[in-house]
Design a protein around this ligand. Structure first.
Ligand SMILES: [Zn+2]
Length: 433
């Protein structure tokens, strides 16, 4: 995916917002159709049937008919794709799109280009034997920094070529997605990026992700994800307070809310930027990248509980959750995997923080504090996070938890608390080979 900031003129922006609302309307109709489905009912209409219904709806409703047919049809296409990928994408069932939140639409290219197979031979129609022509988005380069793209109903819309390097080529794609978020327009070309080449040195790096240090590397480096400054956080609180006190439905309230949204978007942008730069660095400079396996969803599960059984330390836990999510752990792992496919491994997390990376001794007393590690066996001292990352690089968590059954040979006695993560008293001081 290559994404660029778009700079439409006011009239173009207005037209594109109309496209957004049409796409959202059509998508939500599709969601509604599919939400009526029950086990005993017929399956909801697929893409082809929905397209037929769209044509009818466009004839009956002047408002919908006045919009661009391609934009509306692509919304259905997006929906069909999301529906097909609901078990693999990680997003689940396609859900409602909201105004001001999910503003965007897809543009299909108007240019026709011959299609080729992976081996370079031209793709031919099996019936007629003619060359298959595919779609391509029309893009024009204006200067070193600027280019323009054709958007239906808007003519040429300029976007900034922010990719680095002199040979930054114009992206080629069949479709583009245009989004509007936090007052900014962006264009994303659907292209699969080329993976970063492995350095070929055979070097392995371990990464321990934490809250105090975002990513501790096994070579001793400590990388931190940039956060909002104290001043910016104070500004957020100020605008939230003003928004809360402004009269309901007033322009002032909306303005304060948008200020809050802009500041929060700034934080997210900083985090994303850091993740991109760090993952590129990792993919380019190491052959094998090992992360400790974290279940972030479980780690950030709410402590609220229910009304009958309220949880304990709820504000503390929600604060911790917020700071875990502010670290971009998942994004860093995901983007590294994209850039270095097949070169990323997950190491089981238990005991990585308690095992001595010098002698392999596992003892909870070795961990003196959050930052300090001093082995109780060999006296090795190190930063606790660096020590853990060296263990991760070695692919070592430690002794796995005792299993209730030892395969076919018999059973091991169940431990008293089988679900604890860190070692139990009777396990203290068992050295690894
Ligand atoms: Zn030791």
């Amino acid at each position: 995916m290559s994404r660029f900031r778009m700079y439409p003129s006011p009239s173009q922006a207005e037209q594109m917002l109309t496209h957004c609302s049409h796409a959202r309307y059509v998508w939500n109709l599709a969601v509604e159709q599919h939400s009526h489905w029950r086990r005993w009912r017929r399956s909801p209409p697929g893409f082809a049937e929905q397209c037929r219904q769209l044509t009818e709806a466009r004839r009956d409703n002047a408002w919908l008919g006045s919009g661009n047919a391609d934009v509306q049809q692509q919304a259905l296409k997006d929906f069909a794709r999301a529906k097909n990928a609901r078990f693999t994408s990680g997003f689940g069932e396609p859900t409602w799109r909201r105004k001001h939140v999910h503003e965007g639409f897809r543009v299909i290219g108007t240019d026709r280009v011959p299609e080729y197979h992976a081996d370079g031979s031209p793709k031919l129609n099996t019936k007629t034997g003619r060359q298959v022509m595919g779609r391509s988005v029309v893009v024009q380069k204006l200067s070193r920094r600027w280019a323009q793209v054709r958007v239906p109903g808007c003519g040429w819309v300029r976007f900034r070529l922010s990719a680095r390097g002199k040979g930054a080529r114009l992206p080629e794609a069949k479709t583009v997605r245009v989004t509007f978020r936090n007052g900014q327009w962006h264009i994303a070309f659907a292209v699969i990026p080329v993976p970063a080449p492995a350095p070929g040195t055979g070097e392995v790096i371990g990464i321990d992700r934490g809250v105090t240090i975002t990513a501790a590397l096994s070579d001793g480096r400590k990388l931190n994800c940039p956060q909002l400054t104290v001043k910016e956080r104070a500004q957020i609180r100020k605008h939230q307070r003003r928004a809360a006190r402004a009269p309901k439905g007033s322009a002032a309230k909306a303005a304060e809310h948008s200020m809050v949204a802009r500041l929060k978007a700034r934080e997210a942008n900083r985090r994303k930027d850091w993740c991109e730069k760090t993952s590129t660095m990792l993919a380019r400079s190491y052959d094998l990248i090992r992360f400790e396996k974290l279940n972030i969803r479980n780690m950030t599960r709410s402590a609220k509980g229910t009304v009958e059984q309220p949880g304990k330390n709820v504000p503390q836990k929600s604060g911790l959750n917020r700071s875990i999510l502010a670290q971009g752990w998942g994004l860093l792992r995901q983007r590294t995997e994209h850039k270095a496919p097949g070169r990323v491994e997950d190491v089981p997390a238990p005991y990585t923080s308690l095992r001595c990376s010098a002698c392999g001794w596992i003892d909870e007393n070795s961990r003196k504090s959050q930052a300090e590690f001093a082995c109780s066996s060999c006296g090795f001292t190190c930063n606790a996070d660096t020590n853990a990352s060296i263990n991760v690089a070695a692919g070592q968590g430690g002794i796995p938890r005792p299993r209730r059954s030892a395969c076919a040979g018999g059973t091991t006695p169940p431990t008293k608390r089988s679900s604890v993560r860190e070692p139990q008293p009777q396990w203290v001081g068992i050295p690894l080979s």
